[in-house]
Design a protein around this ligand. Sequence first.
Ligand code: FES
Length: 192
Amino acid sequence: MFNELGIAIGFSLTLIAVLMHFSRGTGWTSNEDISQEVLERRAESVPETDFPEPMNRSIGGGAPTGAIGGGEAGGELAEGGEEAEEESGPGDIPEDEIEYYEIEFVKEGETIEVANNETILEAGEDEGWDLPYACREGSCVSCAGQIDGNTSDFIEHDDQSMLGDAELEDGYTLTCVAYPRGEFSIETGEQP
Ligand code: FES
């Protein structure tokens, strides 16, 4: 009895499932795509500006000049960067302003012409002289020499950090960072 009932229920359910499978639904159609319309409405709501805007104004007014085309702001930044890099020292002299001074190297027994954009040490080395040096950046006294006058009157140092005022007055100089600004005699290998 129960078996027959069970079979009948199972058969009915199967039949319903088969019928539902073949029956046609009401169908589904997508809504109209309004994304373009929304974008246009947003564009209208953003006011036009004539200055560079951040990237969040990529639609409508305010061109993203920072990323595309550079714009004035980008140009200024680049120029600023270059300016920062262009740190000039006493050796950075334009070619048409280069002057030569006669400098006597007492111990070497010669007088040579040294340009105002080269150091005393470089000029001596160019002559083939074995002059003393170590750091070549004005932070030791290995290359020191003494001139016949107040150093500040004849020489411009590029960032020397070792000689005090008294030593400069006594004529001491660090030849690796010393650019001539006049004519003088120098004794190389003389430290204060
Ligand atoms: S070599 Fe060191 S200061 Fe000139």
